[in-house]
Ligand binder design. Structure first.
Ligand code: FAD
Length: 195
C-alpha cells in the first residue's frame, strides 16, 4: 500500500484528501494532518461564492478546467438533494468594472448559467445607483456553498475512507519523526502560504 499524507484541512486540503482516498481506496492509505480543522480554517469565514478571482498568471485553459470541475461539483450536490444540508444555492451575480477598457469576455463564460454582457442602459442605471462610472460587465447565475455546511460534509466524507489527525503541526511532526524519510510517504501540501 502506498502511504499518502495531505497536510491542511482547509477546503483545498480536504478536497485533495477526499479525491485521493476515494479514488485510490484499495491502493493507498491517505492520512490528513492538520493543525486546525473546521470551524477554524480560512474557508469557515468566507462567503463560499463560486468565481475565479485574483488568478494571477494562471493560463485560461487551466482556470477553465479547474473552476468548471468545482462548478460541476456544486451542481451535482444541488441536483442530489444536498442543497439544504450543505447550503448550496443558485445566486444571481454581476461582475462590473470601471476600467476604461471595459470588461473583457470572461474565459469562464460558458461554465456559469446565462452569462450575458451588460447593456449600456443597465450600466447607466447601476452607475447611478452606486455613484460609480461602470464601463462594462457581465451578469450570470452561479452557486454559493455555505462553508459551515461544506467543510464538515467533506471532512465526514474523508473520514469514511481515510485517517485524520487533528491539532498536529506538520513542521513539528517532520522534525520529531523524520516523517518523509522513515515512512517513504508522498506529502501533499493542501494549504496555502506555509513556508
Ligand atoms: C472574508 C473572506 C471571504 C472569502 N470569500 C470567498 C468566496 O466567496 N469564494 C472563494 O472561492 N474564496 C473566498 N475566500 C478565499 C477562500 O476562503 C480561501 O482561498 C480558502 O479558504 C483557502 O483554503 P485553503 O485550504 O488553501 O487554506 P486554509 O483554509 O487556510 O487551510 C489551511 C490549513 O492548513 C493547516 N496548516 C497550516 N500550517 C500547518 C502546519 N504547519 N501543520 C499542519 N497543518 C497546517 C491549517 O490549520 C488549516 O487547516 C474568502 C476569504 C476570506 C478571508
Amino acid at each position: 500500500m502506498k502511504q499518502i499524507v495531505v497536510i491542511g484541512a482547509g477546503v483545498n486540503g480536504l478536497c485533495v484528501a477526499v479525491q485521493l482516498a476515494e479514488r485510490y481506496f484499495n491502493l493507498a492509505n491517505v492520512t490528513l494532518i492538520s493543525e486546525e480543522i473546521s470551524p477554524n480554517t480560512t474557508g469557515d469565514g468566507s462567503a463560499g461564492l463560486w468565481g475565479p478571482y485574483y488568478c494571477g498568471k494562471t493560463p485560461d485553459h487551466k482556470l477553465v478546467k479547474w473552476s468548471s470541475e468545482t462548478h460541476v461539483f456544486f451542481h451535482e450536490l444541488w441536483m442530489h438533494g444536498l442543497a439544504g444540508k450543505i447550503g448550496v444555492c443558485l445566486q444571481p451575480c454581476m461582475r462590473l468594472t470601471t476600467d476604461p477598457n471595459g470588461y473583457p469576455e470572461p474565459a469562464w463564460k460558458e461554465i456559469v448559467f446565462g452569462c450575458q454582457k451588460m447593456t449600456e442602459p443597465e450600466l447607466k442605471r447601476l452607475s447611478n445607483e452606486h455613484g460609480r462610472c461602470y464601463t462594462g460587465g457581465y451578469h450570470f447565475a452561479t452557486f454559493t456553498c455555505e462553508p459551515s455546511g461544506l467543510l464538515p460534509y467533506l471532512f465526514n466524507r474523508f473520514i469514511a475512507v481515510g485517517v485524520a489527525l487533528g491539532h498536529k503541526n506538520w513542521l513539528e511532526m517532520k522534525r520529531c519523526y523524520q516523517f518523509e524519510d522513515r515512512w517513504h510517504v508522498s506529502v501533499l501540501h493542501g494549504y496555502t502560504k506555509l513556508f
